[in-house]
Design a protein around this ligand. Structure first.
Ligand code: GDP
Ligand code: MG
Ligand code: ZN
Length: 339
């Protein structure tokens, strides 16, 4: 019996037998697809899985295919936030037959002998970088790495500073002001006092937002302050997956009552720049862009040791902050040259 015959015509809303929805949740080969407020448990059709798993195989080379499958198998070809088409099957479940093109994606490089790309989320409106002003003290270089990743992925960033209530010295303000000047929307919040939460709700309303940030910065408390009980649900899910805090095999989307949705990520330790050319990194720091091409050595300048470097001069003049320049050098150092 074909799938078409199995599909109930009454549930068809578009296409012939196809339904369309957003992947809200994924766990071990199962995808929760959201359609009209319902979550349909879907699996991926074997035909689509093959298509998605062989994207770079040379059609003439059998050997190539085997290697590629071996390499890609660990990677989930469908990500949270994907818009998918699926067929209903008898028991109310679904079979995903098509993934629509992505607007953007957040990927991480899987560590290991043969690094592979794993897409964490797709079609993201905002990456919300959560960083505490104290307890623990902010790690600017880490924030800058994440911001650069978001620029690379062409995903707009929001910076959410947490724990404003325990801020006792003013040393973070110049940093916050600097991020504002660069153009990043910044929010100074406290889950304890409620400071800054209305502004943040306004920014997140009706958007798909992925929350990133070190463990302990207050992500769960923030979610709970934005919408009571939300953090509780998020945490129950991450415990239920039973694979420790750093797993990305189970991810889930949560709706805000005020509109919009959020994906909380377990510490994305390995979120890295995928296939970035070292000489392109400076362009992912927005305030560096006006100086690019103005160095003595032009596009060859690494903005490190070269004489007459426009970026270094801007860093000395204060037009680029010392912190951001140091982060740039650090990120550049850590980025492997593409083979
Ligand atoms: N003073 C203060 N502490 C907070 C605030 N938000 C979170 N915390 C504390 O920071 C710790 C980590 O918070 P949690 O939300 O679990 O962080 P997560 O790991 O990022 O989810 C907890 O001990 C919280 O009580 C805040 O706004 N003010
Ligand atoms: Mg948490
Ligand atoms: Zn330069």
């Amino acid at each position: 019996m074909s799938l078409e015959q199995n599909t109930s015509g009454a549930e068809v809303t578009q296409g012939r037998f196809q339904l369309e929805g957003v992947v809200y949740k994924k766990s071990q080969g199962h995808y929760g697809v959201r359609v009209n407020g319902n979550l349909i448990d879907c699996e991926i059709s074997s035909r689509l899985r093959k298509q998605l798993e062989y994207p770079i195989a040379a059609p003439t080379s059998r050997r190539h295919r085997v290697l590629d499958v071996h390499e890609i198998r660990v990677i989930d070809p469908i990500a949270i936030g994907d818009v998918v088409q699926f067929l209903r099957v008898g028991d109310g479940a679904g079979i995903i037959t098509n993934v629509l093109p992505r607007k953007n994606q957040i990927a991480r490089q899987d560590p290991g002998k043969r690094p592979t790309e794993q897409v964490i989320a797709a079609n993201v409106d905002y990456m919300a970088h959560v960083i505490s002003v104290a307890q623990p003290a902010p790690r600017w270089e880490l924030l800058d790495r994440y911001l650069v990743s978001a620029e690379y992925a062409e995903i707009p960033s929001l910076i959410v500073f947490t724990k404003a209530d325990v801020l006792h010295d003013g040393s973070v303000f110049p940093h916050i002001e600097n991020y504002r000047r660069i153009g990043y929307p910044t929010f100074l919040t406290s889950a304890a006092t409620g400071e800054g939460l209305n502004e943040l709700r306004d920014a997140l309303r009706d958007k798909m937002c992925v929350l990133v940030g070190m463990s302990g910065v207050g992500k769960s408390m923030l979610l709970n302050a934005l919408q009571p009980e939300l953090a509780l649900r998020v945490n129950q899910i991450s415990r239920a997956s039973g694979k420790g805090k750093h797993t990305t095999t189970h991810l889930e989307t949560f709706d805000f009552d005020f509109g919009g949705r959020v994906v909380d990520t377990p510490g994305l330790k390995y979120l890295t720049l995928w296939n970035v050319q070292r000489q392109d990194i400076a362009a992912y720091l927005p305030e560096f862009r006006p100086y690019l091409g103005k160095c003595k050595f032009g596009a060859d300048c690494t903005h490190d040791h070269e004489p007459a470097c426009a970026i270094k001069r801007a860093a000395q003049d204060g037009a680029i902050s010392e912190q951001r320049y140091a982060s740039y050098l650090h990120i550049r150092e850590k980025t492997k040259l593409p083979k």
